[in-house]
Design a protein around this ligand. Structure first.
Ligand SMILES: [Zn+2]
Ligand SMILES: [Zn+2]
Length: 165
């Protein structure tokens, strides 16, 4: 598969070798360079490795069509309990199409798969659906142990009310 080799050789970008694309399409499978995703100073999300892709690329007349799956491993900080965990952002229904002409030899899809991953990123990463987060009063991780704040806080409120009587 000459197209695939070319893609892997081009500095970790996903580049479709349009001119040499086989009839009936080709699978482009690989991983981009790890530095493609940069979340700046975000501490909630850190990319682990490059974007993994597995795409069927084919020419339908003058239209180039790429379909498949893109994935990115991530290290996240849970937005509820602040624990670090690893997860994956994935777009399993990635679709891209572009009109091409005789002068199109290569098509760089790196930006397209990068945007697909950005759209698939969790807005508020949680380590698990049932994460109980941190106690607002004492900061204890409620996944690990129950704290006594709620009970105490309630007792305090009642005694404050009692004092008003
Ligand atoms: Zn959590
Ligand atoms: Zn507490």
């Amino acid at each position: 598969m000459p197209g695939r080799e070319a893609a892997l050789e081009t500095q970790g970008r996903l580049i479709v070798d349009v001119a040499r694309l086989e009839k009936g399409g080709e699978w482009y499978t690989g991983e981009t360079a790890p530095e493609l995703l940069d979340f700046g100073d975000s501490e909630l999300l850190t990319p682990l490795g490059g974007i993994m892709y597995n795409l069927k690329v084919e020419l339908l007349g003058t239209e180039l069509l790429a379909r498949g799956e893109v994935r990115q491993r991530l290290r996240c900080v849970c937005s509820r309990c602040a624990d670090t965990f690893e997860t994956e952002a994935a777009e399993k229904g990635f679709v891209f199409s572009s009109e091409i002409n005789d002068t199109t030899d290569f098509l760089d899809l790196t930006e397209e798969i990068r945007e697909a991953i950005i759209l698939a990123l969790p807005g508020y990463p949680v380590c698990r659906e049932a994460c109980r987060g941190l106690c607002m009063a004492c900061g204890a991780n409620l996944n690990a142990a129950e704290c006594t704040c709620r009970k105490t806080g309630r007792d305090n409120r009642w005694s404050a009310l009692d004092a008003l009587k």
